[in-house]
Design a protein around this ligand. Structure first.
Ligand code: DP6
Length: 324
C-alpha cells in the first residue's frame, strides 16, 4: 500500500531547547507552537515485497547518507511496531525552497510518521502519532495536532506528546518569515540540545518555564496579543542567551538578523504591533495580527539585506491526503 501525507512546519512561541533523555527525545520543558500554513512537507511511503532495499528521495534527489540513516531508523521503528519487514520507498518534498533556512525536520518527520504508519497497516491515534513523530525529531510531535499546539514534556515516552490548544481559525495570527540567509548550520539542533546544559543560564531558564507557559496560555485564551507577543519575544531571546553561552557557544544570528529585530521594535513603537521570534538559524519570524500583515509585509520588504518573506497563518496538523 502507498500512503501520502502532508504535514506543516511549526513555529515555537515557547521553545524546546535541551532534553531530559536524548535517545527518547524527552524535552527538558514543555513547549507551545503554531502550525504554519505556508511551509509543509508532502511524503509518500510505499511498502512492497518487490523492493530489495529501502529508497529515500528528498526533494527529487536520493537522500544523503546522514539523512538516510535518520529516516531508516524511523522506518525500522514503524516496521517493528507493525511487525513487517517489507522494504520501503519514501518520496518526500518540501514546498519551501531549499536553503531558505526553514527547518524541515518537524514537517518531515510528522509527514513521514503519518504516511509510513498508515502504509504499514497501522491505525494510530493522534496521541500515538505524536509520540512516534517525537522519536524522529522532537519538534515534529507538534506538527501532528491542529492549529495552536502544546507539547507536554512528560516524564516517560508515553506521556510526552502534543495536543491542540486551539483550532487554526481560533486566532487570526500571522508569522511572516523574514529570510536573511541560508541555514547551513555548523551545529545541528540535535547537537545543540545536547550542550544546552553547559550554559550557566540553562537552569534559570528551565525553572521559569512552567510559569511562562501558564502565562502565555492565558494570553492566548484571552486573545491578548500584547501580552502574548511580549512573552514570545522575550522567550526567543532567553533561548538564544542559552545558545550563545553554552560550550561551545552557538551564534545563529547574522548582522541582518539583528537589523530585522531592531526594525520590528521600531515598527511597534510607531504603532504596528508585531514581535519577533527566532529558531536555531538566522531568519526572523515576525508575529502579527491579521489586520496588520499586509502593511507589515510591505515595510519588511523595504529592509536592506533581506532575501524573501514567507507568509503563514495557523494551519491544521498532519493529514493523510491519499491512499493508493
Ligand atoms: C530551536 O526538534 O530540531 O527549533 O529533537 O534533536 O530533532 P531534535 O531537535 P529539533 O529542535 C528544535 C529546536 C528549536 C525550538 C523549537 O522548535 O521548539
Amino acid at each position: 500500500m502507498k500512503t501520502t501525507a502532508k504535514a506543516p512546519a511549526n513555529i515555537a512561541f515557547i521553545k524546546y531547547w535541551g532534553k531530559n533523555n536524548e535517545k527518547l527525545r524527552l524535552p527538558a520543558n514543555s513547549s507551545i507552537s503554531m502550525n504554519l500554513s505556508g511551509a509543509f512537507t508532502t511524503t509518500s511511503v510505499e511498502f512492497d515485497e518487490r523492493f530489495k532495499k529501502d529508497t529515500f528521495f528528498l526533494n527529487d534527489v536520493v537522500a544523503k547518507q546522514e539523512e538516510a540513516n535518520r529516516i531508516s531508523k524511523h522506518i525500522d521503528l514503524i516496521r517493528s511496531i507493525a511487525k513487517i519487514t517489507t522494504r520501503a520507498m519514501v518520496v518526500s518534498k518540501n514546498n519551501f525552497p531549499k536553503g531558505v533556512g526553514i527547518a524541515s525536520s518537524a514537517s518531515g518527520f510528522a509527514a513521514l510518521t503519518v504516511a509510513a504508519s498508515k502504509a504499514a497497516g497501522l491505525n494510530l491515534s493522534e496521541k500515538e502519532l505524536s509520540i512516534l513523530a517525537r522519536l524522529g525529531s522532537g519538534s515534529a510531535c507538534r506538527s501532528i495536532p491542529d492549529g495552536f499546539v502544546e507539547w507536554k514534556m512528560g516524564n516517560s515516552s508515553n506521556k510526552s506528546y502534543a495536543h491542540s490548544l486551539f483550532e487554526p481559525n481560533y486566532w487570526n495570527i500571522y508569522d511572516l518569515i523574514v529570510v536573511v540567509g541560508e541555514n547551513s548550520k555548523k551545529v545541528s539542533s540535535t547537537e545543540g540540545h545536547a550542550i544546552a546544559e553547559s550554559s550557566p543560564f540553562y537552569k534559570t531558564r528551565i525553572v521559569g518555564m512552567e510559569e511562562k507557559i501558564k502565562e502565555i496560555k492565558l494570553a492566548m485564551k484571552n486573545r491578548d496579543f500584547t501580552r502574548f507577543g511580549k512573552i514570545l519575544e522575550a522567550e526567543a531571546v532567553n533561548m538564544h542567551t542559552v545558545m550563545m553561552t553554552s560550550a561551545p557557544p552557538l551564534y545563529y544570528w547574522y548582522p541582518e538578523t539583528l537589523n530585522v529585530m531592531a526594525k520590528v521594535i521600531g515598527f511597534r513603537e510607531r504603532g504596528i504591533e508585531c514581535y519577533f521570534t527566532i529558531d536555531a538559524g538566522p531568519n526572523v519570524h515576525v508575529i502579527c495580527q491579521g489586520k496588520n500583515y499586509l502593511k507589515l509585509k510591505r515595510k519588511i520588504l523595504g529592509i536592506d539585506g533581506i532575501k524573501s518573506v514567507l507568509i503563514n497563518k495557523a494551519a491544521e496538523g498532519a493529514k493523510i491526503i491519499r491512499n493508493e
